[in-house]
Ligand binder design. Structure first.
Ligand SMILES: *[C@@H]1O[C@H](CO)[C@@H](O)[C@H](O)[C@H]1NC(C)=O
Ligand SMILES: *[C@@H]1O[C@H](CO)[C@@H](O)[C@H](O)[C@H]1NC(C)=O
Ligand SMILES: *[C@@H]1O[C@H](CO)[C@@H](O)[C@H](O)[C@H]1NC(C)=O
Ligand SMILES: *[C@@H]1O[C@H](CO)[C@@H](O)[C@H](O)[C@H]1NC(C)=O
Ligand SMILES: *[C@@H]1O[C@H](CO)[C@@H](O)[C@H](O)[C@H]1NC(C)=O
Ligand SMILES: *[C@@H]1O[C@H](CO)[C@@H](O)[C@H](O)[C@H]1NC(C)=O
Length: 724
């Protein structure tokens, strides 16, 4: 056995594949019917050998990583730096990511060895392996968080934990920050473990950039009747539920680029095995003039499988899986403590009631000087673009507004109690707005009905965010941006337009006089684009741009779907109840003729079509923004996000539910009220996500038609004055 292992070690170092530490066997990737060998046995020694092998490999990588750390460094301000910021791994993510990589590599190693020795196929070995786990192995510590039990005080806490643990009473880690995304369908990797799949024709899949340029129409203009606020709130909710973790080196905490500084793919001797950059065709209409051939993409950091089993790569969600405001409160206790002022329950703010400024702005934003603006919040994506920074700020202000009011109503409450009570109300408001205002504008009634049919908490429902939701379905939001940020005055007159691409990771503009309110009104005025083939060039060529060029976000998202092993669009269509498609023309049931033509030109097989592309290009279901496949994936997510959350504001299974009258107060709140109470806009339409119209007129913020929450219902009559 040991000789065999050494042999693999040599192979994997000499013919190192791009994406994997192990040699790929290049098998067809079909959605598999699981074949399991009955006589499959693993000894403890086999497992330890495989782990030992992997650890030796990791150690071997150290010298290589050291030697590439300078050539592959990321220069501040560049698009690759911006991309890293959007998925920067926390130290906790790094630790868990490394452990999970070792586990996956060891699993793959066991499968290779097993099928070598037994003559079974790699597929059978891989499937059989999933029945074993690492709990009795030397990797057992990596799984300790998965088997942790909550103590009674944790499970009976009135307030949800900061990192999502103990929401589920018996399985503490469900929904915890830094745990794995769930999957709707089994992953599809070339080697059943971690190597991204190829085309069914055995050729490489078409480059994400080629797909983006061939099927996307830049700046065509069909508008919805929804406002930009709909899109920005959607991103805000996305950040609440999901954050990927970019991988860093195995032996150092360094990030690295997969393209060299001149825009070419990194030479193999400097290319890290976690690299999976998007290649740009030579004749690209935008990049060829700039001599750019490479869009850097680093593979996502994984997490241990949720049952600690051996098996394929799962990706890590750094956010808590619950809809719980983790993007403004932080995703674990220590971080949330840093964001709090520790007085009267408030969160830190800065001059002019904006978010606190970051140290080292050049590291944390794409700005040029250490005096430029860069904000800190619970999620590093707060700086992604100015409209998003405003959305974060509005909610932090809402927290502080409520804390202030509660401290007047309950002068005895201490900082901790004020913080937790305010947080609990703010989360309830977010949940209410998401389900009652946002989702209802997104999905057709049919899906809303199945989400609402049965809203009660159930401990059998797993709230975890699905990989399909995070990697593909929710990414429709970027197609709705126009690339223009409207600056709008009190009279709702457009004063000027800012180019979105001038402001990625440069949120400073909102600190200028009146700009906060101007841009906020702009969000409630300007209209969002229809989801489909149209994309703003700000996202297609200029995303995270520096002086030279930007990235193509769509191609990066396509690449991420492949990195995460998502099966193709055809399988999800079927999963969501559409007929099986075996020819491109079978897509005509949900796509236009032109779209099907474009897709069939760029892909060589129907089973190659990426979920993101298929889903994005489906024609919207009547009265909704999305086609059936994305509606189904998003509907499933929000169904589970509510029913699987013991602390959801409507849940009566939580230790201390809201009283009926309190819940009724929360349900009065609208995003219009939140905007009014936390800015100086004066007027707003009651339904912020819908355009101003005779039936949705501008209304004064002081008008009682925009209902307000009466916090007097939170007056404490028990005389308790602390949380302990
Ligand atoms: C792992 O390998 C090292 C060196 O090759 C050896 O000394 C050690 O005993 C091995 N550990 C296990 C658990 O097999
Ligand atoms: C690197 O990350 C590990 C977590 O995996 C952490 O323990 C260590 O302190 C980090 N080192 C530095 C220099 O930040
Ligand atoms: C892991 O295994 C070691 C010995 O095999 C044991 O001492 C340790 O307690 C185990 N840890 C956990 C978290 O089970
Ligand atoms: C989450 O919080 C619990 C309880 O405070 C702690 O035991 C656990 O380690 C935390 N997990 C992470 C990933 O921070
Ligand atoms: C964006 O603004 C420019 C003017 O600055 C205008 O020409 C263009 O049509 C606008 N684009 C969209 C998509 O609204
Ligand atoms: C679809 O487009 C192709 C080529 O543009 C054309 O030949 C075909 O007739 C069209 N089919 C339908 C159903 O419109």
């Amino acid at each position: 056995m040991r000789n065999l292992l050494l042999q693999f070690l040599l192979i994997s170092i000499s013919v190192q594949s791009y994406y994997s530490l192990l040699p790929p066997p290049f098998k067809d990737s079909k959605l598999r019917k699981k074949k399991i060998a009955s006589n499959f046995k693993l000894t403890k020694e086999d497992v330890e050998d495989a782990i030992n092998f992997t650890l030796r490999y990791v150690k071997k990588l150290e010298g290589f990583e050291q030697s590439i750390s300078w050539p592959s460094r990321i220069e501040p301000g560049t698009p690759v730096h911006g991309l890293f910021l959007s998925q920067a791994p926390d130290l906790k993510a790094i630790e868990r990511g490394r452990q999970a990589l070792v586990a996956t590599k060891a699993s793959a190693q066991l499968a290779y060895t097993c099928c070598h020795e037994s003559g079974m196929t790699l597929e059978t070995c891989s499937n059989s392996l999933i029945q074993s786990n690492f709990l009795q192995s030397s990797l057992n510590e990596s799984c300790s968080y998965l088997i942790r039990k909550c103590i009674v005080e944790e499970a009976s806490n009135k307030y949800r934990s900061m990192n999502g643990t103990c929401n589920h009473v018996t399985k503490a880690s469900i929904g915890e920050a830094f745990s794995a995304y769930e999957r709707l369908l089994d992953a599809d990797y070339l080697n059943f473990f971690d190597v991204p799949k190829r085309s069914v024709t055995k050729m490489p899949l078409p480059s994400g950039r080629k797909i983006s340029t061939d099927v996307v129409i830049v700046e065509k203009d069909p508008l919805t009747s929804l406002t930009v606020a709909f899109t920005v709130f959607g991103q805000f909710i996305e950040h609440d539920l999901s954050q990927f973790a970019s991988s860093v080196m195995m032996n150092f905490n360094n990030s690295f680029s997969c393209c060299d500084v001149t825009g070419f793919d990194m030479a193999p001797r400097y290319r890290h095995p976690f690299c999976m950059s998007v290649s740009v065709p030579d004749d690209d209409i935008f990049y060829s003039k700039r001599r750019v051939e490479c869009i850097s993409y680093t593979r996502s950091f994984p997490a241990m499988r949720s049952d600690c089993s051996m098996g394929y790569l799962e990706q890590q969600n750094q956010a808590t899986h619950y809809l719980d405001g983790s993007q403004i409160y932080g995703n674990y206790l220590e971080k949330s403590m840093q964001l709090r002022s520790k007085q009267k329950g408030k969160l830190n703010t800065n001059d002019n009631n904006l978010l606190p400024f970051a140290d080292e702005p050049k590291q944390k934003c794409q700005v040029h000087s250490e005096t430029d603006t860069c904000f800190v919040s619970g999620d590093p994506r707060v700086n992604m673009h100015p409209q998003l920074s405003i959305m974060y700020t509005i909610w932090v202000r809402e927290h502080n507004r409520i804390a202030e009011a509660l401290s007047k109503i309950n002068p005895d409450w201490d900082d901790e109690l004020l913080f937790q009570e305010s947080r609990r109300i703010v989360i309830a408001e977010m949940q209410h707005i998401t389900y009652q205002e946002w989702l209802k504008n997104l999905l057709d009634e049919k899906y809303i009905h199945s989400i609402e049919k049965n809203p009660e908490y159930s401990e059998d429902i797993n709230p975890s965010v699905s990989n399909e939701f995070a990697t593909s379905a929710i990414r429709f939001l970027q197609a709705m941006f126009s690339g223009n940020i409207s600056v709008v005055n009190r009279e709702r007159v457009l004063l000027s337009i800012l180019k979105l691409s001038d402001h990625f990771n440069k949120p400073g503009v909102i600190t200028q006089e009146n700009m906060f309110d101007y841009i906020l009104r702009g969000m409630a005025t300007g209209l969002a684009h229809k989801v489909g083939v149209n994309h703003a060039k700000d996202y297609i060529n200029e995303f995270l741009t520096d002086e030279n060029y930007g990235y193509d976000l769509l191609s990066i998202d396509i690449q991420r779907g492949r990195d995460h092993g998502l099966p193709s669009y055809t399988f999800y269509r079927q999963h969501c109840g559409l007929p099986k498609a075996t020819l491109f023309k079978d897509f005509l049931d949900v796509m236009s003729n032109e779209t099907v033509q474009a897709i069939s030109k760029v892909y060589s097989h129907v089973d190659d079509v990426d979920l993101l592309i298929g889903g994005l290009l489906e024609q919207p279901v009547k009265n909704s923004q999305l086609g059936p496949t994305f509606s189904c994936i998003i509907g499933d997510q929000f169904y589970r996000t509510r029913r699987g959350d013991r602390y959801f504001y409507t849940s009566t299974n939580q230790p201390t539910p809201f009283s009926e009258s309190q819940a009724a107060e929360i349900e009065k709140v609208s995003l219009a009220r939140i905007f009014c109470d936390n800015s100086n806009i004066d007027k707003i339409q009651r339904k912020v996500f819908e355009q101003v119209s005779p039936s949705n007129p501008l209304t004064s913020c002081t008008c009682d038609r925009i209902l307000e929450i009466d916090l007097n219902l939170w007056k404490d009559t028990t005389g308790n004055n602390s949380t302990s």
